[in-house]
Design a protein around this ligand. Structure first.
Ligand SMILES: NC(=O)c1ccc[n+]([C@@H]2O[C@H](COP(=O)([O-])OP(=O)(O)OC[C@H]3O[C@@H](n4cnc5c(N)ncnc54)[C@H](OP(=O)(O)O)[C@@H]3O)[C@@H](O)[C@H]2O)c1
Length: 326
């Protein structure tokens, strides 16, 4: 670590995790930095994804160590708690050795206790690093359009205000929880995602009933657009009717990530003594899809579990039959 540089006033931004979300978020932030003749430094476990960002002008870190040495603000967007734990174990070790304080902005959906633990460990470093938990709402195309809903927690008002300069380059609105308690943002995110998965469960059940009762699904879509004109209702009902639910999760949210989130919701409900039966239903339906080896599919493919229980062919089979007829 003797090559670590002492950072002065200029912000040097590092980004770790360039998956479906991280790639678009980092691209939008980099676009803003480039307008100021600045460049961020990025690291991804699979280096091919970092290379894809090279044309945006980013520097590619040789290692996490390299990135920490050159950054005083580090964003992370990682798949799950295990990935966050693994990356932050390294980050905390390195953060203990640098001269400069670092602001960490963790944007993944993780269990609240993990966020609290990371905040505690980073605050205990002599440099008194700051840890913000800032989960985001919106799927990858929304991230690409810089229209995410951003949630803030941790730090103080001054830090959050300063960081909003960067958050706004990736989002259409920011919800400030006005709390240093980073667990609250994780709880918030899990509750928000509960509304999404609950909507999907309802749509999957209703659309399955429509098919069994021989009600034209296209007319159901028209009804949803007129009566429930909310993006999640419209988007997920279309996916389920078109069969695009069964496509690979690219530009979507995978069954496996969904299982992680719904698992966290159920755990939170257990810990707090809340009753959350819809999460149990959705979990079982997602798990059935996962158990068929389809954990990479978009999570709206949970409809297949209901179709199977209703003795209907899977969406894949329906799409194949449609294709053969055309
Ligand atoms: N997709 C959505 O619609 C959505 C919306 C809001 C929030 N989120 C949340 O945002 C986070 C990222 O989601 P995503 O859809 O971008 O997931 P993703 O496409 O699966 O990307 C996951 C990222 O985590 C990295 N990663 C996984 N395990 C790792 C490890 N052990 N060490 C280092 N890096 C590791 C991956 O690196 P590799 O490239 O090397 O695999 C990749 O960069 C998740 O917490 C998710 O719940 C997702």
């Amino acid at each position: 670590m003797n090559h670590l540089i002492h950072l002065k006033h200029q912000d040097r931004i590092g980004w770790i995790g360039l998956g479906e979300m991280g790639y678009y978020m980092a691209s939008n932030l980099q676009r803003y930095l480039a307008s100021l003749h600045l460049n961020m430094i990025v690291w991804n476990r699979d280096p091919a994804k970092s290379a894809k960002l090279r044309h945006h002008g980013v520097h590619i870190a040789k290692s996490i160590e390299d990135l920490v040495a050159q950054s005083n603000i580090i964003f992370t967007s990682l798949a799950n708690d295990a990935a966050v734990q693994e990356v932050y174990t390294q980050l905390i070790d390195l953060a203990n050795q640098v001269e400069h304080p670092i602001i960490f902005v963790e944007t993944s959906t993780i269990y609240p206790a993990l966020a609290t633990e990371l905040q505690k460990q980073l605050a205990a470093c002599p440099q008194k690093h700051t840890y913000l938990q800032c989960p985001v709402f919106g799927r990858p195309p929304v991230a690409k359009a810089a229209k995410l809903i951003w949630v803030t927690s941790g730090g103080d008002e001054k830090i959050i205000k300063k960081m909003c300069l960067y958050f706004t380059t990736m989002s259409k609105s920011i919800i400030h929880l006005n709390t240093k308690d980073v667990a609250k943002a994780c709880n918030f995110k899990l509750i928000g995602n509960f509304f999404v998965v609950g909507t999907m469960e309802l749509l999957a059940e209703g659309l399955t009933l429509a098919e069994k009762a021989e009600v034209d699904p296209q007319s159901i879509l028209k009804f949803i657009e007129a009566f429930f004109p909310a993006p999640a209702w419209i988007e997920y009902s279309r996916k389920m009717v078109d069969g695009t639910a069964v496509v690979h999760k690219e530009d979507g949210f995978s069954v496996d990530l969904g299982l992680k989130d719904v698992g966290h919701m159920r755990q939170l409900a257990l810990e707090t003594g809340a009753s959350l039966p819809t999460a149990d239903l959705a979990y079982n339906h997602l798990k059935a899809v996962h158990d068929q080896g389809l954990g990479d599919m978009d999570w709206s493919s949970l409809i297949n579990s209901l179709r199977s229980a209703s003795k209907l062919p899977s969406m894949e089979e329906t799409q194949l039959t449609k294709g053969e007829k055309q």
